[in-house]
Design a binder for this molecule. Structure first.
Ligand code: TYM
Length: 331
């Protein structure tokens, strides 16, 4: 039997945070031994908000290096840039005729981003989930490992796949989100009920994967905690719970084990321990990323071979789609 297909992507917009790492990339690494994995750099999604072109280009390569530094093995997984495979845009156009304006305008992320970028509510911003559905469906992916904030988008991809299959006959595999506990929603260090985000205006709210040791420790020292002094995870203590989640994710331990470890200790000592743990985990990734970025030709080769592999799979699906919908493709 064919291996299950896994698809996921990250946008090269802004510096990645430990949320992106724990919610997505780290889980991708674990999947690549058992499944057929496609991991993309979603530069076409990134331009739905304004990007500085030179920065977008630089970040694309930095993200490729980061994927590998985090443990993505380009021999096992297809690692590529979304815009290198033209079928993404082509399938998106077909799916646009299956997707409804009403459902897209109700997407939480569209509403949030429209508020945040009120001067630039472009068509792409609204079409974002359709392009994401095209990404996933092109590869007939069964499973999409993402953070909790992307669940709604994967559900729309499912809806579009089912709707298309009903209209034109069995064409797409219906995908499912894979949201692993623990790292699924890493929250802001300054407003711990909000998710940690690359685009937060307050740099103390997010730990970036590029932050050096001192910065990581300083940001954790300043992290907002809650009233009381007990170090336990609970709904009443979103700040402490978030720090415990981060600690457990990096230490690979359970919340109970961490609570026991910090029993009777103060917030100061706790925050320092979280900061040191995260800094220890990030430094080898940073070193490896820097090494990889020193050899741009090697990275270019990897992205090319990843795109070739993705192209072959994408072309197969798109040709099937064109046949189903009645696009003449020659005799
Ligand atoms: P992006 O770049 O916004 O996020 C990339 C991944 O990081 C996860 N994530 C988080 N997880 C836990 N806690 C957080 N604070 C946190 N912040 C972000 C996101 O859930 C995501 O998994 N639209 C996608 C990119 C994309 C995609 C796709 C994903 C494009 N095409 C196809 C899956 C399948 C996105 O959110 O990117």
């Amino acid at each position: 039997m064919d291996k299950k297909v896994i698809y996921s992507a990250v946008q090269p917009s802004g510096n990645l945070t430990i949320g992106n790492y724990l919610g997505a990339i780290r889980n991708w690494v674990k999947l690549q031994n058992e499944y057929d994995c496609f991991y993309a750099i979603a530069n076409m999604h990134a331009i739905t908000v304004k990007q500085e072109p030179a920065e977008l280009r630089r970040r694309t390569l930095e993200l490729a290096a980061l994927y590998i530094a985090c443990g993505i093995d380009p021999e096992k997984s297809a690692l590529y840039v979304q815009s290198h495979v033209p079928q993404h845009a082509e399938l998106c156009w077909v799916l646009n005729s299956v997707a409804y304006v009403g459902e897209m305008s109700r997407m939480t992320q569209f509403k949030d981003k429209s508020q945040k970028h009120a001067e630039n509510i472009n068509m792409g911003l609204m079409d974002y989930p359709v392009l994401m559905a095209a990404d996933i469906l092109l590869y007939q992916a069964q499973c999409v490992p993402v953070g909790a904030d992307q669940k709604q988008h994967v559900e729309i991809a499912r809806d579009l796949a089912i709707r298309f299959n009903n209209r034109y006959g069995e064409t797409f595999t219906v995908p499912e989100p894979l949201i692993l506990k623990g790292g699924a929603k890493i929250c802001s260090l300054q407003e711990p009920t909000k998710k940690m985000s690359k685009s937060d205006e307050n740099p103390n709210a997010s730990i970036f994967l590029t932050d050096d040791r001192d910065t990581v420790i300083r940001k954790f020292k300043r992290a907002v905690t809650d009233s009381g002094s007990e170090i336990v995870a609970s709904d009443e203590k979103p700040g402490v719970t978030n720090l415990l989640n981060i600690y457990c994710a990096f230490k690979n331990c359970t919340l109970q084990e961490a609570e026991r470890e910090f029993e009777g200790k103060g917030y100061g000592e706790f925050k320092l321990a979280v900061g040191e743990t995260v800094a220890d985990a990030l430094s080898p990734i940073q070193e490896e990323q820097a090494k990889l970025l020193a050899d741009k030709n090697y990275l270019g080769e990897i992205l090319k071979s990843g795109a070739d592999r993705a192209y072959r799979a994408a072309r197969r699906t798109l040709s099937k789609v064109y046949r189903k919908i009645g696009f003449y493709q020659g005799e």
